[in-house]
Design a protein around this ligand. Sequence first.
Ligand SMILES: Cc1cc2nc3c(=O)[nH]c(=O)nc-3n(C[C@H](O)[C@H](O)[C@H](O)COP(=O)(O)OP(=O)(O)OC[C@H]3O[C@@H](n4cnc5c(N)ncnc54)[C@H](O)[C@@H]3O)c2cc1C
Length: 285
Amino acid sequence: MIPAAFEYTRAASVDDALTKLRAANGEGKLIAGGHSLIPVMKLRLSQPATLIDIARIPELSGIRQKDGKLEIGAGTVHHAVATSAMLHQGCPMLAETAASIGDPQVRNRGTLGGSLAHADPSADYPAAMLALDADIHVKGPNGARVIKARDYFRGLFTVDLAADEMIVAVQFAPVRTAAYAKLYQRASHFAIVGVAAALDVTNGVIASARIGVTGASSHATRLTQVEEALAGKPLNASTIEAASRSAGAALEDINSDIHASREYRRAMIPVFTQRALMGALDRAM
Ligand SMILES: Cc1cc2nc3c(=O)[nH]c(=O)nc-3n(C[C@H](O)[C@H](O)[C@H](O)COP(=O)(O)OP(=O)(O)OC[C@H]3O[C@@H](n4cnc5c(N)ncnc54)[C@H](O)[C@@H]3O)c2cc1C
C-alpha cells in the first residue's frame, strides 16, 4: 500500500529535530533508517503529518569511548556496529548481534536508535541492551535523561520514551565475556528466540550474570532466575547446562505466531540461553 500524504523535513542537529518535532504538534515522527517506520506507514498503521529526517545528523552517529564506557550514537547503522574494531575488541557480543540483523540493505540503513524506539518484540538489540545493562540517553523538551535498559522496555511496542523525546545514544561498560545466540525467522532474520548473555568473571568464578531474551514474549526481558543460578558458580559447561535448564520457565506471556508456537518457543529458550552462555565461556578462554 502507499502511505498517506506527509510533509518531509530534514533536521540538521538534535536540537533542530526536537524543535521540529515540537512544531509538528504531536503529528510529527522522526525517521532514521525508515526500515520499521515506512512499512508501518504503508500499512497506514501510522499516518504522521510530518516526517523529520534525522539520518544525517553528524552528532547522532559513531562509536566511541567515553568515561571508561563505550558509547554508540542512536543514528549509527547496524553495519557500523557489526564491523566496528572498537566493539570487536571491547564488546564482541554487540557486533555479533548487529551482524545477525536482517540483510545487508537493512544493516546499512537501520539504526540502533530506530530499533530501540520501535521496540519490535522480535528485535535483536533489546536483548543485548539488557545483557549490557546499558544506559539509554534521551533528549526532550525538558532536557536530557538517562534510562536503564531494564526499565526501558515496558510492553508490546511500548517503551519509556515520550512522543516528543528522542534517543541520542547508548552507553555501557565494555565486556568481552558475552555472546548472542538466536533462532531466527528464515526470511527476515528477526528473532524467534534470541538470547544475549554477559558474565562478570573473577578467577574463573561467575561474579554476576546478565541475560536478556527477545522474541519470546511481548517485550525483551531479563532471565533473572538463570542469572541467580549462575552467580557465585565456577564458569564451566556443567554450571551453564544446569542454570539454563529452566530458562524462561517464569515467563508467562510467551508469543505464539506463524513462525513458532508457544510451546516451541518455550522449549527453545533454554537451548539458546545455553548457546549464548557457551559463547560467553568461549570468550573467557
Ligand atoms: C526486511 C527486514 C528485516 C529485518 N530484520 C531484522 C532483524 O533480523 N532483527 C532486528 O532487530 N531488526 C530487523 N529489522 C528491523 C530493522 O533493524 C530496523 O531498521 C529497525 O528496527 C528500525 O531502525 P530504523 O533506523 O530503520 O528506524 P525507523 O524505521 O526510521 O524508525 C522506527 C521508529 O523509531 C523512531 N525513531 C527512529 N530513530 C529514533 C530516535 N533516535 N529517537 C527516537 N525515536 C526514533 C521513529 O519515529 C519510528 O517510530 C528488519 C527490517 C526489515 C525491513
